[in-house]
Design a protein around this ligand. Sequence first.
Ligand SMILES: Nc1ncnc2c1ncn2[C@@H]1O[C@H](COP(=O)(O)OP(=O)(O)OP(=O)(O)O)[C@@H](O)[C@H]1O
Ligand SMILES: [Mg+2]
Length: 226
Amino acid sequence: MADKRLVELENIVKTYRQADRNIEVLKGISLSIDSGEFIALQGPSGSGKSTLMHILGLLDRPSRGRYLLRQQDVSALSDNALSAIRNRTVGFIFQTFYLIPYVSAVENVMLPGLYSRTAARELRHRAEQILDQVGLGDRMHFRPSQLSGGQQQRVAMARALVNDPRLLLADEPTGQLDSQTSGEIMRLIAEIHEQGRTVVLVTHDDDIAGYARRRIRLSDGLITPN
Ligand SMILES: Nc1ncnc2c1ncn2[C@@H]1O[C@H](COP(=O)(O)OP(=O)(O)OP(=O)(O)O)[C@@H](O)[C@H]1O
Ligand SMILES: [Mg+2]
């Protein structure tokens, strides 16, 4: 199958410039991810997990190294080309939900679709379907402040899925939720994985990491052997 290998990172280095000094945050990450994998990314605070997720999701660029996404070298693409690929390939969810406070759940979910060519009516229909799938069929027109934390994270998940991405990146998605709500969100993420999506999940919690099929540990900017 041509598309078996979704991600290939070769010797990825990321440095940040801080007060005349270069801080090397990722120190040479090589990693392959196949389509359909469910990976937990773990490691101490500051080890570079979010930095790596941003690079994986094309929100940021490596300073050195090569990134092949579906066999395409994305290391040297323009910002516009990267945004276009990101928009149709990657969905993100974060610890803080980053919802737009003054629009409804369904409008939040529609947002990433506004950059595609989908007609507004079709997009709204799809947003409603996905909200229904994540159990928010009766909350479509609530604004984020009128929803619980778990419900807000469901809206964020629906938003991440609206463009039907292959890759779902979840950076501490349950970090702000109680254990029961975390379990509900994780079961949804597991369902999304079972629908054929590739999932990379950052978590500090070993029980949450237990939902994944493979674990990767970062320590001080490097992957450590399991
Ligand atoms: N924009 C930036 N400029 C300078 N340094 C940065 C920047 N972003 C991240 N860093 C540094 O990179 C290192 C790794 O940060 P990162 O957010 O990837 O860690 P993390 O593993 O996600 O930690 P946590 O578990 O606390 O979320 C930290 O030391 C951080 O200070
Ligand atoms: Mg982080």
